[in-house]
Structure formats: structure tokens, C-alpha cells
Ligand binder design. Sequence first.
Ligand code: DMJ
Length: 651
Amino acid sequence: MCPKTSKTTPLLLIAGICFVIVLVGITGITLINNINLSNIIRLNEKVASDSVSNNENQIKELNYVNNHPRNVYLKLNASKEDEEEQMQKEQGQEHEPLEVPKISAVVGGSKVKVRDNHLKEPSEGMPLPLSTPPPPPPTFTTWPSSGDSPNSSGDSPSPLVDTPPLPFGGVKYNASSGLIDYEKRNQVVKMMEHAWHNYKLYAWGKNELRPLSQRPHSGSIFGSYDLGATIVDGLDTLYIMGLEKEYREGRDWIERKFSLDNISAELSVFETNIRFVGGMLTLYAFTGDPLYKEKAQHIADKLLPAFQTPTGIPYALVNTKTGVAKNYGWASGGSSILSEFGTLHLEFAYLSDITGNPLYRERVQTIRQVLKEIEKPKGLYPNFLNPKTGKWGQLHMSLGALGDSYYEYLLKAWLQSGQTDEEAREMYDEAMLAIMDKMVRFSPGGLTYVSDLKFDRLEHKMDHLACFSGGLFALGAATRQNDYTDKYMEVGKGITNTCHESYIRAPTQLGPEAFRFSEAVEARALRSQEKYYILRPETFESYFVLWRLTHDQKYRDWGWEAVLALEKHCRTAHGYCGLRNVYQQEPQKDDVQQSFFLAETLKYLYLLFSDDSVLPLDEWVFNTEAHPLPIKGANAYYRQAPVTLPVSNAS
Ligand code: DMJ
């Protein structure tokens, strides 16, 4: 039997079809809109990728503005001004809107006033926000003289609640330069991820990675123990880049595994200090996590037996279990090495301030006094000093291997102290004057270089290590005006240019370990043992400092050339390797991913493409392993321990 057809059936059918058509129509329009919208967003993002006008970036900036200590202050001032404006409106005093002041007018110099209690110094547990993006970039158009510094009285700097950001007193903000180059910076982040993930895969908890053989590597500087050098060295870079998951993995490893107790490692005092103590201190400054302060102190305590010498100049090596310390057999008659014992000051001074224990500062202050009082041949510091007799060894001087970071730490100790450690600045100025006179030279082709000096003989050779000095000369010039300021800035730029030349004169576009100047060659390695490149950072460090100080685009361009060269020649499927000969078209790789590649090389490249307000140079000073330490009196992340007064007997 056929079903009975009702009259209402076609009507229902038509109504149903109409409903479906309407539904499809609405969905279609929505989809098309969404597709268009996402295309537009993508297009906008692309167009705006180099610009801070990108919406997303504005949001990041706002977060940054909300969170950064300097901007917390600015925001509070701004809201105070808003309040005043509101009050004026209410009182009928509304006036013509003023021209919006440029950020420079608000931030720079004396217009910044900090009101009491506006800015609380972060204590333990209050972290620096992960990945700190943008606003306005400083250019150093004027320099403060020593007398201009509010701290030049020699008094301890007041806590930041009383003191506006200051050490680079002549900072001017120029809102049109120093923006983020997102595309290039993202590439550097990807490099970091590649280096880290492969270390994690094949060498987790060990010191370094062998990318070609996919197994761990450990240099003798780590005493052949598994100290997780790449984790401790690379962790602050992850933090700065905002790689939170990776950062947490590293923090977790440090908490669960890192300890020097019960191991009999013979450690390099210098390397352990700059990589491990320095790394932990930066992480403490960033996060306020007491774990890092404890670890920094734990490591430094293990190094202390090395300081038990008649002069207080420490030995190079110390056994973490027995405390037995000694020097390298090859170092001039049992000498300690200038760049090693002279590169402890920043870490030990800061450790004293965050622990409230003066002992660490006392140790490095003793070293300082020996070096201050000793007679210096022609005003120069030889690379070797006997810790028992207090006498110089061989009269070799260098701004490269064996000397380099001693000079760096003189300038930076002064910067770190909020420009109050005048002794350090004076020693720096005197040393650089002698170096300018006796060691800085200009090649016939017009290249500036800083030569090694052996007794009275110039070697006309410059180590890759000495390439950091381009940035050092410039930073010294930018922070104090004196008769030599302009000349030093030129020398800083000149050395940086020469190091760049040493890179681009090699087919790999990566620079050799050392290069020479002669009738025949300039900025080129001559000996086979000088032709390697081990992922060193010094040239990029100078690009970064010079970029921050001048905003000359060429420094970013040079950094990008280096990124491309690293990707082409040093990248492997399982991490990054150094090269055995930079002058070969297809050089052999050395199968070592150095921990400083993550700590320094990638950090400086990342910062080169970042806005200036990511670790501004007037708030942070980089240790020689690129671990940023806060500047006293200018940086709310200094986290100085409260002063504990001696208990009085009187009751
Ligand atoms: C790093 O460990 C430090 O920069 C040190 O001061 C010198 N050598 C390496 C990187 O080349």
C-alpha cells in the first residue's frame, strides 16, 4: 500500500530546502569573511614584521611597558598625569591638548623623576617577564663626564626607589631607530632551538654535544665530569628568547642534578666562574628564584681554596673535593694568568651583594689591590703573574688570549657599580691609554688592529678573541667623556671593521682563530693552526655593542651575513660545529657544539636584531660569557640582600 500523500508534505519540503539554502549561505559568507580576514591578518603581519606598529607587537610592547621596571615607573607617572588631567577637567581647567611629547622627552635625562614607593625592587620570586620585547631605543648622543654622575660622590647608590635610571646619563631616546627585525631574530631563535634540542637528544646533562657523532663532548675545562655545561650556560639565552618549555627543562635539571658535592673534579677557576657562577647569577637576577642564588654560592665556595696563596692571586685549577689548587704547567714559571684571575670581579662582587656575605668581594678586591700596586712595564699588564712571589712572568701582553677579559672587567666593574667604582675606571683608562700607545696599530690598507706585544716586539697578529675589544673601546668611550673619547670610539669601530674583514676575506665568510698583518696580507691567518673557527662570539659581540651605540645598519647587515654563513657551513642535522679551516670552500667540521655558542654567539645575534630595550646597556652589563648582570642603582632586578645590622649588646 502506498503511503498517503499529504498536502503539507511539499510545503514542508520547500521550507526545509529554503532553510538549508539560508544556512549554507550564512556559513559561506562567514567562511569567506574568515578566509579574507586571516589573509588580511597574515598580510598585515608580513607588512608589519619589521615594524612596531603590528597589533600583536603592540600587545607585546604593552605587556613589556607594563612589566619592565623602567616602564612601570613611566606608567605610574603617566597614570598620575592622567589623574591630574582628570582633576583639571573636573575643575573646568581643561586646556588645549599639548603636542604629544616624543618618548625621548619623557624618558631621557632629568625629566625622569621617580616618586617614592612607585617602584618596588623585585625580591625573590618576582621574575623578569620571559622574553622582553620593545619600546624606545637609546642612541648615545652625549656622554656624561665623571662629575655628572649622581653617584660620583662615592656613596653607595640609593635603591632604585630613590634614583632614576642613570648610569648612561646622556642617553637620548630616538623612537625611529633600533626596532626589532623580527624575521632575522626569529631565524636566530630557530638556531637556538636546533642547538638545544639536539643537545637534549644526544648529550643531556653532559657538558657539550658532538653533532656529527651524536654523542656527548667534554673539554678538560669541565674536569671530565658531567656538569651540564650547555644547560647552565645556555639557560639565560632561552629565557631571553622566551623559550619557556626549554627553560623549564633546564631549570628542572639544575634543581635535581647540578651539584659539585662529592665529586673530585679539577676545575678551571676562570671557566667555572664565567660560565657556571655567571650563568646562575643572571638567572637569579632574571627570576629571583633562590635556587640559582644557592647554586651560584655553592659553586663559588668550591672555588675559594684556589685563593689561598701568599698574594691572594688565585691558582688556575682547583679540585672540588680536596681543595688542592695549582697552576698550568705551561704557564710561565708557575704563573697564574691575567685573563683568568682578572675575570672574577663582576661575579664575586654581585654574589656578595645578593648573599650579604662580603667574603667574595673581599677576594676579588685583594686581586685588584695587587694589580693596582704592582709596577706595570710601560703601563701595560703582562699576561703572567706568579701567585707566590707577586712578580710578573714573561712580558707578553695581549688583548686576545691570556689578557682579554681582564681589561673588560675593569670597565664593567665600574659600570656594574653604577659608575661608583672609580678605582676600576681609572685602572681601565690608564691601561687603555698604554694599549693605544703601544699595541693599537693601523695597517697600510687602513685597518685598525690591536697587536700582541712580546717584550718590546709587536707581533702584528690579532686573535679572534681580541675582536671583543671593538665593543669594549666603544663602550668605554660612550660612558665617559674625556680627551680620548672620540679617538677611542673610532678605534672601537675600526677594530670591529677589521674583524669583519677577517670574516669576509675567507670563502666561508667566517673568521679565523687569529689573523696577521704583513707586507703581503692583512686580516688573514697564515699558519694552519690559526685557520679554524670554533663558533666563537667575539666579533658578533662587537657588532651588537656598536649597533646599540650607533644604530648604524651595517652592524646588523654584518650580523646577518654571519647567520647565513653559520647556517651554510656550521649547521648539521644534529647541531652546530666549528670549522677546521675557514679558507676552504667546503671545510671539515670539528664535531663540537661549544656551550658558548648558546650562551654568547646566539645571544648576541638575537640581541642584535632586537629592540634596544631588551637588556638595555644602561641597566645590564654582560659578563665575559655574555651572562647579563644588573647594574647597581639602575636596575630593579639587582636584588641586593637586605643589610643585616650587627646585633647590639645593649638591651
Ligand atoms: C668564552 O668562554 C668567553 O668569551 C671567554 O672570555 C673567552 N672565550 C670564550 C668564547 O670564545
